[in-house]
Design a protein around this ligand. Structure first.
Ligand SMILES: *Cc1c(COP(=O)(O)O)cnc(C)c1O
Length: 361
């Protein structure tokens, strides 16, 4: 599976108490990567489970009971010239900080966020747990490429009454990933469900937002679509996001549009990077409201963006039973260029003129 849990041995744990953060790196049970690969399924599953269990952490807490938590996702990517580099960790650090503030938790210092992300990758690589660059990936523009997914997240302290988390844990785990969207088609459907409401938590990378996304995505999947699209809660008319990705429309007029940020849209780092790259290319790029009618009428190419998705084309959108196909169901030229540019920078094939990459090893 493309995104299976297969945690690398070294994890990070910080805990806030008495007004400060105390932290540690944990080395969970492991063999060499080669020996692990040679293990039988049952033994391997046991070993992987042992890495994912922490018997000194509270089971009953505001996260497991009420979904009070937030998380981040970023990648360390194998570089064409060797080693591993992380894409824009400072941006994830800043977003994690504001997510925690948004949930009224003591925010995790940005420099601790960055160092724990880089250090887990470095320590796992030192044990041999790291993907290695493969030039075959260049042939499909890194769609099949491997990377390390870094997942920082919060867990609350013990508690059962509805409450805020004043003394959270911050954990960082690493797990290997390959291609995110693996199903055969690239069709999307507009869901009736509402992901985020004004004055809610849509702008926070909050775990609780994901219940609705997961329901809507599974409904879309069962109906034969790869992705679902959310409309706004008030007008039921303006496009907001994909299931857990931002969305872009390259219009027939040559304008690139993406829904403007607000309290119902997650400020994606891939989104911000694509806006910058498109403007550099001289493409008129606008953050504004996009109605579903405009999108269906005027779109030449459509794609969703996110750390896991990269820039993934949507070849059609179905709304109220009407399916509109874009660009003869082919990945469009603009989408391809954007995807190739961002992937090229991330994997060190193109020069990192923006200083987005932080070399780890
Ligand atoms: C994480 C996320 C994104 C994408 O953000 P990136 O920083 O580009 O990975 C988009 N939408 C939602 C709802 C998300 O949780």
């Amino acid at each position: 599976m493309a995104f299976a849990l297969n945690t690398y041995p070294v994890t990070y744990r910080a805990k806030y108490s008495d007004g400060k953060w105390a932290d540690e790196y944990l080395e969970k049970p492991h063999k060499t990567p080669e020996d692990e690969a040679a293990m039988g399924d049952e033994d391997r599953a046991k070993l992987e489970n042992s890495r994912n269990y922490y018997d000194d952490m509270p089971l009953v807490n505001y996260t497991t009971q009420y979904g009070l938590a937030c998380f981040e996702g970023l990648k360390a990517l194998p570089q064409k010239n060797g080693g591993l580099a992380v894409f824009r960790p400072d941006r994830n650090a800043a977003r994690f900080y504001s997510s925690m503030e948004g949930l009224y938790m003591p925010p995790f210092p940005e420099e601790m966020f960055i160092s724990s992300c880089l250090e887990t990758v470095k320590r796992n690589a030192a044990l041999g747990f790291k993907p290695v660059y493969n030039s075959d990936w260049e042939k499909d523009s890194y769609i099949s490429a491997d990377s390390v997914y870094i997942r920082p997240f919060t867990i609350s302290e013990s508690g059962i009454g509805v409450n805020l988390s004043h003394e959270p844990y911050v954990m960082v785990i690493n797990t290997p990933v390959s291609a995110y969207f693996s199903s055969g088609n690239s069709d999307a459907v507009v869901t009736e469900r509402i992901r985020a409401t004004p004055s809610g938590t849509g702008w926070i990378k909050a775990c609780s937002n994901y219940a609705i996304s997961a329901l809507a995505k599974s409904e879309a999947f069962k109906a034969g679509y790869m992705e679902c699209i959310f409309l706004d809660a008030v007008h039921r008319k303006y496009i907001e996001e994909g299931s857990s990705c931002n969305i872009f429309f390259y219009l027939k007029s040559g304008e690139l549009v993406t829904p403007e940020l607000g309290d119902t849209i997650l400020p994606g780092i891939t989104r911000a990077s694509i806006i910058e790259l498109a403007r550099d290319r001289g493409v008129k790029t606008t953050e504004r409201r996009v109605s579903i009618d405009e999108a269906l009428e005027e779109t030449k190419e459509c794609f969703v963006s996110g750390t896991a998705a990269g820039a993934t084309p949507l070849t059609s959108i179905t709304y109220q039973g009407r399916k509109v196909i874009f660009n003869d169901s082919q990945t469009g030229e603009f989408t391809r260029e954007i995807r190739d540019t961002i992937k090229g920078i991330q994997y060190g094939k193109l020069p990192d003129t923006k200083n987005w990459m932080v070399q780890v090893i």
